[in-house]
Design a protein around this ligand. Structure first.
Ligand SMILES: [Zn+2]
Length: 327
């Protein structure tokens, strides 16, 4: 890390890190800064993703830093990215797991009240991704990353449907980039060092595709609306990518595209098995599906094309893949 900071003349940095970060990793990071004479002006553990707390941390941050660094899981990175955005400083993102595409995206997901909201942020100046560190993270985080990645299939289809139904502009380059990143991972969906590199690269390209077109469309469609709704109606919301992954398969049935491909990937990666070991609540999902179309104004998706609720209810009960995901 030190070498990348030094190369860009970030000699004074502020660091936000996950509360439960491995001590050995933290020691390695600090040693790497010291070896390049980089001064850590402040280092703060991130315990909450509340908007209020993030703005308080921003007010407490030193004014003479050259860059902000986020180190750890999604929460620490979301907070660090937002503080960097408020401070108008370059942000370096160092994920220790690949549970979603947030480590390289132009948004921060913070809570206001008890609900998570996507807030505008700047794209990271750089991402430093250690595949060995990510491989060491719990397997469920990898499943979550796979779930978030595969949603690009349904997001891009929703985007094209919005173009045909409403004239929503589609950026073809962003759509192609998003699409291509998934296929690269599909060709080799293995949880090893090379697999981490492929998943990391794919998620990173998703973030870049959002920034190219200035919209979340290439990475987020109706499957994300269902996940956002679940975050507010569910008694126990799960990891973003686990919710999004199952919602992606469900939406692919409504769109009539890619369902087999997605189901095959979930078989190969053990995603279905992971969900079945701690199934979702069917009633909560039906409620989330009912709320989903009203979550974002003027955001046309397959859910806007017709009343999808009867189809969703039937799929949750009778589709052989979905049956094992619900109780
Ligand atoms: Zn996502």
């Amino acid at each position: 890390m030190g070498i990348y900071a030094e190369r860009n003349e970030f000699m004074r940095v502020v660091l936000y890190f996950s509360l439960d970060l491995d001590h050995g990793l933290m020691a390695r990071l600090i040693a790497s800064f010291r070896s390049r004479n980089i001064q850590i002006l402040q280092q703060t553990p991130v315990e909450s993703i509340g908007f209020e707390r993030a703005t308080e941390l921003f007010r407490q941050s030193p004014r003479n830093a050259d860059a902000v660094i986020g180190f750890g899981g999604g929460k620490a990175l979301d907070v660090a990215k937002y503080i960097a955005f408020l401070s108008r400083l370059p942000y370096l993102s160092m994920p220790t797991s690949l549970s979603n595409d947030g480590f390289c995206s132009p948004q921060s997901s913070l809570t206001i009240g008890d609900r998570r909201h996507p807030l505008p942020s700047a794209m990271p100046f750089g991402v430093i991704l250690d595949t060995a560190v990510c491989l060491n993270a719990p397997e469920i985080l990898w499943h979550s990353g796979v779930g978030d990645l595969v949603s690009k299939f349904t997001a891009v289809t929703d985007w094209k449907m919005a173009f045909h139904a409403m004239g929503t502009p589609v950026d073809d380059f962003a759509a192609l980039l998003s699409d291509a990143s998934v296929y690269q991972f599909l060709a080799r969906p293995t949880r090893d060092l090379e697999g981490m590199r492929l998943l990391g690269t794919a998620l990173l390209l998703n973030g870049i595709s959002m920034s190219i077109c200035g919209s979340s469309r290439p990475a987020s469609g109706s499957e994300h609306l269902i996940s956002h709704a679940l975050d507010s109606v569910s008694k126990r919301p799960r990891l973003h990518g686990l919710q999004v992954g199952v919602a992606t398969y469900l939406i692919s049935l409504l769109q009539g595209q890619n369902s087999r491909r997605i189901a095959g990937l979930f078989d190969a990666t053990g995603f279905w098995r992971a969900i079945a070991s701690d199934p979702f609540d069917r009633a909560e999902w039906l409620e989330a599906a009912r709320l989903a179309p009203s979550i974002k104004a003027e955001f046309y998706t397959v859910l806007s094309s017709r009343d999808c609720l009867p189809e969703i209810e039937s799929a949750l009960h009778s589709d052989s893949n979905l049956q094992r995901c619900f109780r």
